[in-house]
Design a protein around this ligand. Sequence first.
Ligand SMILES: C[S@@+](CC[C@H](N)C(=O)[O-])C[C@H]1O[C@@H](n2cnc3c(N)ncnc32)[C@H](O)[C@@H]1O
Length: 224
Amino acid sequence: MFKHFFQQLKFKAMARQLRKPSGAMGNKVGEMMNKANGFLYDFAFDCMKIKHGEAILEIGFGNGIFFEKVFAQADGLHLSGIDFSETMVKAAIKNNQHLISTGKLQLHHGSSDTLPFADNSYDIIFCINVVYFWDTPQPHLQEIKRVLKPGGKFYAIIRTKESIEQMPFTRYGFTSYTIDSWKSLVQENNLHFINAIPRDEPEILYKGNYIRSQSLCLVTEKTQ
Ligand SMILES: C[S@@+](CC[C@H](N)C(=O)[O-])C[C@H]1O[C@@H](n2cnc3c(N)ncnc32)[C@H](O)[C@@H]1O
């Protein structure tokens, strides 16, 4: 019984760190996410097909080690990021000094439900493993819609409901989505649902068992 209790405490702590990494443990979790989620960044790039000169915003960039890869997708990009974890913003600034000093990359500390950007600013907004943590999605989607240019696209990369349920810490504060539940949500917020692109991830070893996850890239457009 005690073993179970302490295990649940560990899962809760992990869930809290994934939602908003903080302190030394947060930095460790950031590094762990880099290993676990590099595949999802490559998947996002395949879906987004970034073009020359586009203005791009990433929500929830963690420790920011993938910004370099975003710049490798096309020339002349203008890239911003926002994350509400102070620990992750500090780590990302440290990891991206060279990009920040040239003015190509701007990093902000803040939440996606109050974006510090002008209306109609971005061609692309994307986030990877973030929307699970939106307790009330509406203000986040409204802000995304406001700062996207007309015709701009929002890409939310998530693991499927079945996939995240394989990981016991997701019982604590994660909201999972099906394609239909996401479609209804974005439509309620006057965004146009385009499609959901599935991708199987490579098998990984998790607590002594091999597990396989499936991810979705949920694509939405601001039409007006
Ligand atoms: C699970 S981590 C994912 C990090 C990275 N995108 C990846 O896939 O490896 C979630 C990240 O999103 C950030 N985050 C969660 N909710 C957020 C919000 N409402 N606004 C901004 N950042 C948020 C967290 O601080 C954390 O850095």
